[in-house]
Design a protein around this ligand. Structure first.
Ligand SMILES: C/C(=C\CNc1ncnc2c1ncn2[C@@H]1O[C@H](COP(=O)(O)O)[C@@H](O)[C@H]1O)CO
Length: 257
């Protein structure tokens, strides 16, 4: 028997559910340590603390979006300029989605995200922006009327899929491709089912699809049926019909009066 396990004759010490005796009894209580300001604050940069922060992003995101109703996520370049053809296209998509009874979810940033939010908010709909902390100042675009800011990309990406019934993807760069191919992988592996993915802008997407067919399929990296996951369209009204189906839902995409 060691000092640590030998009965001491003293009171049992309870640290929460844990009972401690002998040398295991701490010098200070948990409350004392909690209230002590002389401690180093280094722990805020440790992984256990980050886990709680990550958890809080999911809690905040689920809490803010649980009652959103039917929604579609719209993706595309952060660099699209107002007045450009892609900007106008995204604005039209945002408007048509709201008219079909859907809320619009974007990354809340500039460019195509802003355009889709503009179309949605000007049509009186719910215009969601899931912003992301970046090393440079961005903030949420002015057309977002339900905004959430995330620290972690992966928590934010869960919201795009969990609260949408499909994606409309306009031309974009790495960020857009990342969002598109995450969804493609989730559909391919049947983590999500019944999830329409529409690529808007055939001139832009055709070379990528040629490569997908000519290289990925030809080399056996994907199956023939995987190609069916992606629908390429040019008309925004057709794109909206393709993601929402022919039946508009009843008004749930609109902001409450
Ligand atoms: C690059 C600039 C601003 C970046 N701000 C962003 N804010 C929110 N979301 C963003 C931002 N940049 C990328 N994203 C996400 O990726 C997609 C667009 O990326 P791409 O590389 O431009 O295609 C988009 O859907 C967002 O979710 C200022 O010019």
């Amino acid at each position: 028997m060691t000092d640590q396990t030998r009965p001491t004759g003293g009171e049992d010490y309870f640290k929460g559910a844990t009972m401690l005796r002998g040398r295991n009894v701490p010098q200070t209580t948990t409350d004392q340590r909690l209230l002590d300001r002389s401690d180093s604050a280094e722990w805020v940069h440790t992984d256990p603390w980050r886990v709680l922060r990550i958890q809080s992003e999911f809690v905040e995101g689920f809490g803010a979006l649980a009652e959103l109703g039917p929604a579609i996520s719209v993706f595309g370049s952060a660099r699209t300029k107002p007045g450009s053809a892609h900007y106008e296209l995204a604005t039209e998509v945002g408007r048509l989605l709201v008219e079909a009874g859907y809320a619009v979810i974007t990354g809340g940033g500039p460019g195509t995200m802003e355009a889709a939010n503009k179309g949605a908010s000007e049509a009186g709909g719910v215009s969601v922006g899931l912003g992301i902390e970046l090393p440079f100042e961005t903030g949420l675009n002015p057309y977002v009327n339900l905004g959430i800011n995330f620290r972690y990309f992966f928590a934010r990406k869960t919201m795009f899929v969990k609260y949408a019934e499909g994606f409309v993807v306009l031309p974009g760069g790495f960020g857009t491709l990342d969002e598109l191919f995450e969804a493609v992988t989730l559909v391919q592996t049947r983590k999500v089912t019944q999830f329409p993915l529409v690529l808007l802008g055939s001139d832009f997407w055709a070379p990528m699809l040629d490569w997908v067919r000519g290289t990925l399929l030809a080399e056996g990296m994907i199956g023939e049926r995987d190609l069916d996951m992606l629908q390429v369209l040019d008309d925004p009204a057709e794109a909206v019909r393709a993601v929402v189906g022919d039946q508009p839902v009843q008004g749930t995409g609109r902001e409450p009066d």
